[in-house]
Design a protein around this ligand. Structure first.
Ligand SMILES: Nc1ncnc2c1ncn2[C@@H]1O[C@H](COP(=O)(O)OP(=O)(O)OP(=O)(O)O)[C@@H](O)[C@H]1O
Length: 251
């Protein structure tokens, strides 16, 4: 049977992650199957402690699953170690976090250019990419500023520029508006929507259902599992596996 849907950018099967802290083990991700296709804007929403951030960390290779498999652009990540993950992430996955995670000792320009240089871009190319992105994100003139001199909203826009400078096929965003005021929140969501409209594949984690409504597919995450998966804006709804809440999206 032919399948004319866009190719999967990311596919996960049977992901499991338990955190072993001081108290009882936290079963943060209990078996997740997921497929994100090129051009999708997917929001993962759910209550605090549901396991959303852990799932995003697994999908971005920032943590390793206890069980399960993950493919990026159809390529298995099973054999990736830390170093390989760092290389692949630089090329394939941009990540923005709630608290920006900019390098405080580097200027705005250097924060944005660094991942491009690490990925092998020439200084000229890194500079051109940085200039274009900062202009697009309304940050022209802030190049020489240090992150601590910027508002939260501006810092998150710098983080967005840094995440996108290598044109990664996938953007992961973990509560990107979680530490912003309502103006900063609107701005970040507007920018995510704009990049999505241009074809950027985005996976957004948020506890805020209003922010999730900017996406075209919303996954409800509860107690380490996918409880619901819904297309908001037409398209073919993903297949569901019923009450277990675990998606079955085999290609
Ligand atoms: N590094 C860790 N060590 C121990 N337990 C952890 C760790 N990270 C997360 N947890 C636990 O795993 C569970 C899921 O946490 P996670 O941060 O993934 O949820 P979340 O849905 O993103 O929550 P929030 O919306 O509050 O960020 C929680 O019980 C949390 O306390």
């Amino acid at each position: 049977m032919s399948d004319d849907r866009p190719a999967p950018v990311l596919r996960a099967e049977g992901l499991v992650k338990t955190h072993h802290g001081e108290g009882a083990p936290a079963h943060a991700v209990r078996g997740v199957d997921l497929c994100v296709r090129q051009g999708e804007f997917v929001a993962i929403t759910g209550p605090s402690g549901a396991g959303k951030s852990t799932l995003l960390h697994l999908l971005g290779g920032l943590q390793r699953p206890d069980a399960g498999h993950l493919w990026l652009d159809g390529e298995s990540t099973d054999t990736y170690g830390e170093a390989r993950w760092a290389v692949e992430r630089r090329k394939r996955i941009g990540i923005v976090f709630q608290f920006f995670n900019l390098v405080s000792s580097l200027s705005v320009a250097d924060n944005v250019e660094l991942p491009a240089l690490l990925a092998g871009s020439s200084p000229k190319r890194a500079r051109t990419e940085r200039e274009q992105l900062l202009a697009e994100l309304g940050l022209t003139g802030k190049e020489r500023s240090m992150p601590g001199e910027l508002s939260g909203g501006e810092q998150q826009r710098v983080a967005l520029a840094r995440a996108l400078v290598n044109h990664p096929p996938l953007l992961l965003a973990d509560e990107p508006a979680g530490s912003l005021d309502s103006k900063g929140t609107r701005e970040v969501m507007r920018l995510l929507s704009r990049f999505h409209q241009r074809g950027q594949t985005i996976l957004l984690v948020t506890h805020d259902a209003r922010l999730a409504s900017a996406a075209d597919r919303v996954i409800s995450f509860f107690d380490g599992r996918i409880a619901d998966d819904a297309e908001l804006d037409g398209g073919t709804p993903p297949r569901r596996s019923g009450i277990s809440g675990v998606l079955e999206l085999k290609d």
